[in-house]
Design a protein around this ligand. Structure first.
Ligand code: ADP
Length: 718
């Protein structure tokens, strides 16, 4: 435009005006180019885009304005002759602006407005200056309109073309971006897959991929290591080929069912190695589904648990051996106890009967020695049995009301003769606040006390033995502290911790002098603990020993019935009783015991019926209707328990009153007692027994049954 306008201007208005128009036009162009190039050089415009668009629209407006100024100047100088040139220049400007419409709408619009404004002003001026009826003006106006229409057509075509190409460029860009995304995702999933494949490949557990039918499609290296089958040998075969003769079919079926139902499943099962040996594996099977929920494959991770299984089996075996040995020990103890008690009945009973005969002094001393040796042997057996039961945790602690004061006093009374024999003072100190009744196990309590008092007397040569009781009552509970104090040999401090262990004696020389098994304190501690208490000791060699027993027992209701005192504490010696008119049936196959029973009952006036087996006992029972039956348990033909059952049946059938049946047994465990009671017996006399035990048991059983005797006998004989 400058190249065309400058010579025209120079021709019309001289150098100065031409230069002015050129400077204006070039400056506008230069400013616009400068600003556009500044922005074009930047790689990103980002947030500055609105500013850039605004500024370049402004510079485009200035550029068009400068050109319009040059065109207007040329038109004015030309005085009407240059109107076509001016119109063409405006048209060129509009066309130029329209061509870049798609690239910068703002700049194009402002330039079109400026050029159109310039053209309109020129046309208006021309109309005002000339006669409005001049038809050439109308033609000019029509040609301007026509040009503008052409201009609009071109602009529209350019715009559409540019828009199409821009859309297609955008589409290409969009596709390229999507492709890049897809490629990135693909790469990531490829890497993940590679990593997972590496993990699966190098996992220490065997990984087996199958289809839904169980056909193997992939296995890892661990599979080969564990099963011995290579990849090529495994792939294509059904996974069930790993099962073998030792595989549990039920487990295998459950696994197959889970696979068929496409459910995750876990099970321990035996697979078989290539060389045939069984392998314990922990199978963790999971079906894998795609996004549409279709099964892709089934992955089984199999862990070799052979070692764990071996350990488990070894443990089970060890437990079985331990249980066997406990059972064997229990059986051994029961048998030993039974076998020793049976002859002991003879020894103790015979010495007792012997002592009732006329003996000279020396004979009596000898017989008493046999008797006390028998007692010691018996207490050792009892201790061993007690200890083994306590150790197995099979000892029940009763919770019955009893008088603690009476219990402590009875224990003192029982050991009094021992203290007297050694010339020791025996004292008991009971607090006035001691409750009249507590709930606990009186028999176990006295067992502990008798052991502690017995030891105190045993290990004391001169001085005293004292039982001191202190009590604290709180919230219905009675906290008892029992002190058993002596002035005896004492115990070395280093041994104090160990004396509660089984078979431990503080000083073997001293213990040898006094005798004992080393079980008493172990039993006492187990008993006290079973009762919820604690036992401890303080001692110094030469000055004496104190044992402390602390226990907390609930205080009993005063009107609650106190359990009858236990036999070994409260029974008073009963040397003879009147049993005249009483018929006693004795079923016992051991001759010595029969002889003893006959002798022990000889002076009572009772009539005795003897038999050596249960069958005959039953016949005698129905035939003679005895008042009481003494029944041994182990007898030929029919044992005591069975015979008792049949006797009770006979009684039931004829509606008679039950006759007391008392077991005579060398089985000393509480289970044996329970068995006797369950079979229908009323009581039990444990062998070896003393005459007074026998008479006590008979009289107390008869005391309950005495009245109905006659009617019972009548009903039986009828
Ligand atoms: P035993 O008395 O049958 O040997 P214990 O278990 O009752 O067994 O006692 C273990 C040991 O504790 C005894 O051998 C003895 O050395 C020591 N002992 C227990 N009580 C006393 C005591 N009052 N004075 C001294 N030593 C005692």
């Amino acid at each position: 435009m400058v190249l065309v306008l400058f010579p025209v201007m120079y021709h019309l208005g001289g150098l100065h005006l031409a230069a002015l128009a050129a400077v204006a036009s070039v400056s506008g162009e230069a400013l616009d180019c400068y600003v556009l190039s500044r922005f074009a050089r930047r790689s990103t415009i980002g947030k500055k885009l609105p500013f850039a668009l605004g500024l370049t629209t402004l510079t485009a407006g200035l550029q068009a304005g400068a050109n319009a100024f040059a065109i207007a100047l040329m038109f004015t100088l030309g005085d009407g002759d240059t109107r076509v040139l001016a119109g063409a220049a405006c048209f060129a400007g509009i066309l130029d602006a329209a061509l870049v419409f798609a690239a910068h709408r703002g700049a194009s619009i402002i330039r079109i407005i400026v050029y159109f404004g310039c053209a309109s002003t020129i046309t208006l001026q021309e109309w005002l200056r000339n006669d409005s009826s001049d038809p050439s003006l109308v033609y000019e106006a029509l040609s301007i309109g026509f040009l503008l229409y052409v201009c609009w057509l071109i602009v529209r075509h350019v715009f559409k073309t540019q828009e199409r190409s821009s859309n297609s460029r955008m589409l290409t860009l969009e596709n390229a971006r999507e492709l890049a995304h897809t490629n990135a995702a693909l790469e990531q999933s490829r890497q993940t897959t590679r990593r997972l494949a590496l993990v699966a490949e190098h996992a220490s557990d065997s990984v087996i991929v199958t289809d839904q039918n169980g056909v193997i499609t992939w296995v890892n290296r661990a599979f080969t290591r564990i099963t011995g089958y290579s990849y090529a040998e495994a792939v294509g075969r059904n996974i069930t080929f790993l099962n073998g003769p030792q595989t549990d079919t039920a487990s295998a079926e459950r696994l197959n069912k889970a696979r068929d139902e496409m459910k995750p499943f876990r099970i321990e099962i035996i697979n078989h190695h290539r060389d045939g040996h069984p392998i314990w594996v922990d199978v963790n099977m999971s079906p894998l589904f795609d996004e549409q929920g279709n099964l892709v494959n089934v992955v089984s991770i199999e862990r070799d648990i052979g070692e764990a299984k071996e350990r488990e089996q070894a443990l089970a075996e060890a437990r079985r051996v331990a249980e066997d040995s406990v059972r064997a020990r229990r059986n051994f103890l029961a048998t030993m106890s039974h076998e020793i008690r049976t002859p002991m009945t003879g020894v103790i009973g015979t010495t007792e009967l012997l002592l009732e005969t006329d003996l000279d002094k020396q004979q009596e001393t000898l017989v008493r020695t046999i008797s006390s040796s028998g007692d010691s042997l018996l207490s050792i057996i009892n201790e061993i049995l007690d200890f083994s039961r306590l150790e197995e945790g099979r000892l029940e602690v009763n919770a019955d009301p009893f008088s603690p004061g009476k219990c402590f006093q009875t224990a003192i009374d029982l050991v009094q003769p021992l203290a007297d024999a050694k010339g020791l003072r025996l004292k008991i100190v009971l607090p006035s606040s001691l409750p009249q009744q507590v709930i606990g196990d009186e028999r176990r309590m006295s067992q502990v006390l008798l052991n502690l008092l017995g030891n105190a007397i045993k290990f004391t040569e001169v001085g005293s033995v004292e039982l001191e009781v202190s009590v604290r009552l709180e919230d219905g509970a009675c906290d008892l502290l029992l002190l058993v104090r002596d002035t005896g040999v004492g115990i070395e401090t280093s041994k104090l911790d160990r004396i509660f262990e089984s078979f431990v004696q503080a000083d073997s020389k001293i213990a040898g002098r006094f005798g004992g098994t080393g079980l008493g304190l172990a039993i006492s501690r187990l008993l006290v603990r079973a009762m919820g208490g604690e036992i401890s000791v303080a001692s110094a060699p030469g000055t004496g020993t104190v044992f402390f027993v602390s226990l907390s027992l609930p205080v009993g209701e005063l009107d609650a019935e106190i359990a009858p005192a236990t036999a070994n504490i409260s029974e008073l010696p009963q040397e003879t009783v009147d049993l005249s008119g009483v018929c006693i049936l004795v079923a016992e196959d051991n001759r010595t015991n029969t002889m003893l029973l006959e002798r022990m009952l000889a002076g009572t006036g009772a009539s005795l019926l003897f038999t050596e087996n249960g069958r005959e006992a039953l016949d005698l029972f129905t035939e003679h209707a005895p008042d009481i039956v003494l029944m041994d348990l182990h007898m030929p033909i029919l044992d005591g328990l069975a015979a008792t059952g049949l006797m009770r049946l006979a009684e039931n059938n004829c509606g008679g009153i039950p006759v007391p049946i008392i077991a005579l047994t060398a089985n000393a465990f509480p289970e044996d007692r329970d068995l006797c009671i369950a079979s229908g017996m009323d009581g039990i006399i444990t062998k070896p027994f003393r005459k007074r035990d026998l008479l006590n048991s008979i009289t107390s059983a008869l005391a309950v049954e005495r009245d109905p005797f006659q009617s019972h006998r009548d009903s039986l004989t009828a």
